[in-house]
Design a protein. Structure first.
Length: 308
């Protein structure tokens, strides 16, 4: 029996030269208005964060005692904090670190999970059992305790890479989040390795590397891509939570999480100090979830063929 991906490609080709798999996936993706809006929102947030040094109206580290706790106004759009620093400028700069942590942690965990899941799913046997028991071992521990413990240990390490909390938060999130990716990739590999096109490639003498990279891994791209969007969202939430608890990004570095940590004691008096960083976390994570759901539907060959 041919694989869903192979059948999907054949179906697309049969419907005309202009109707490629990419066109069909894009058409399915466009059926999710919330996902299209999410792409726009994420694009704006990412671009504004990248351009923060250019578009920020104030220095986010500049202290101004005369403007302490100023409410939102035309001069300070999001108000100022307890040290007179412009909250809007700090939101822009904080997005740079929060998003960078999210994408880097996702990339590391995705790499770890994909490699281990591919090795387990393709080899099966003893190696599969060993890797999956290792995965189960990491899964049984409550994530929050592992995060706090590893974050504490890395903060004590006298290594420049871990200074300020950036390096350790990326590493900690990656170490505690690769397991789900590994299981998803393993399940996909177990299914695809039995397909006829893989058996045919094996009969023609294709080696382990060629079988995995050229024939099986492309069939897992959809799963990996969806996992990537959820991984970024989860990493942003974890970074925000750890920074709020004081174990994440350390001042004077700015992240949305440690902005919440600095402002939570005054939430009842100066609500804008927690509203704006909290809203940025909320809208970014929500957009990533909508994007992931749309990609999951668009890249599902059974759904795409059924809706053609």
């Amino acid at each position: 029996m041919a694989s869903p991906s192979a059948g999907f490609a054949a179906d697309a080709t049969a419907r005309g030269g202009q109707q490629t798999m990419r066109h069909i996936v894009w058409r399915q993706f466009r059926r999710h208005p919330a996902a299209l809006f999410s792409v726009t929102v994420l694009g704006v947030i990412i671009v504004m964060s990248i351009l923060a040094p250019i578009i920020a109206p104030y220095d986010p580290y500049e202290l101004n005692a005369a403007d302490r706790f100023a409410p939102p106004s035309t001069e300070h759009w999001f108000g100022t904090d307890k040290q007179g620093r412009d909250v809007y400028s700090r939101i822009l700069y904080g997005g740079r670190i929060t998003l960078l942590v999210g994408f880097l942690a996702m990339a590391v965990s995705l790499l770890m999970g994909t490699m281990l899941g591919a090795a387990a799913g393709f080899s099966r046997g003893r190696l599969d059992g060993l890797l999956m028991r290792t995965t189960d071992f990491f899964l049984i521990f409550p994530q929050i305790f592992v995060l706090l413990f590893l974050s504490y240990l890395l903060r004590q390490a006298q290594v420049e890479f871990f200074a300020g909390g950036f390096g350790n938060i990326v590493l900690v999130i990656a170490i505690t989040s690769w397991m789900v990716v590994a299981r998803l990739v393993r399940a996909t590999f177990l299914k695809l390795r039995e397909e006829e096109y893989v058996s045919a490639a094996r009969s023609y003498g294709a080696g382990y590397r060629k079988l995995v990279i050229d024939h099986i891994l492309p069939g897992a791209y959809g799963i990996i891509l969806v996992a990537a969007t959820r991984g970024v969202a989860d990493a942003i939430l974890v970074e925000s939570g750890l920074s709020f608890l004081g174990y994440g990004i350390q001042p004077p570095a700015i992240s949305w999480g440690n902005m919440l940590q600095e402002a939570y004691t005054t939430i009842g008096v100066y609500p804008w100090l927690t509203f704006y960083p909290g809203f940025m976390i909320f809208i970014t994570v929500l957009a990533l979830f909508y994007l992931g759901d749309a990609l999951r539907d668009a890249l599902d060959p059974y759904k795409v063929i059924g809706h053609r």
